[in-house]
Design a protein around this ligand. Structure first.
Ligand code: MN
Length: 153
């Protein structure tokens, strides 16, 4: 689709951007969201979106499990968002970035397949959150959006 763009330019001579490959490293972010109810939004890149979960109690520590309620996909650019969502808007309140970084998929199947299966295992490489985490779609209380976020030892 970008063939024509490429054909018309010599990237050694123009400062215009070269067509870049999708970045190799996939990203995650944890945002502290002081909305109607304080919660933490845990988001990981799967393909071109941030799959998102609201974690009321925050990211678990070693050996802990926390309820994580799936929310709507967010754009990748949301990983850099912090600020105030004004009163009267969806999610009104303050958003702070608690941590962000890259992560690795620890399973042998793709993240997309893991997500569909309801079992994601990842290695976070953040400043605050590091190590192995799992997300399991337990469908607790018969709610398909209920997952558990687990910090593995
Ligand atoms: Mn939120």
């Amino acid at each position: 689709m970008l063939e024509e763009y490429k054909k018309k330019r010599n990237f050694k001579k123009t400062p215009e951007p070269i067509i870049s490959k999708k970045p190799k490293k996939i990203i995650f972010v944890v945002q502290k969201h002081d909305a109607r109810r304080l919660h933490y939004d845990f988001r990981i890149q799967i393909k071109n979106v941030l799959k998102s979960w609201a974690v009321p109690e925050g990211v678990p520590k070693d050996g802990e499990k926390k309820l994580a309620i799936e929310t709507e996909d967010h754009p990748l650019s949301y990983a850099k968002f912090h600020g105030i969502i004004p009163e009267g808007n969806y999610g009104a309140g303050t958003v702070e970035i608690q941590d962000s970084g890259t992560f690795e998929n620890l399973r042998k199947i793709t993240l997309e397949e893991s997500y569909k299966e309801g079992k994601i295992e990842i290695l976070l490489k953040g400043k605050k959150f590091n190590g192995k985490y799992a997300l399991i779609n337990t469908k607790f209380n018969k709610n398909p959006k209920n997952w558990l976020l687990i910090k593995m030892n």
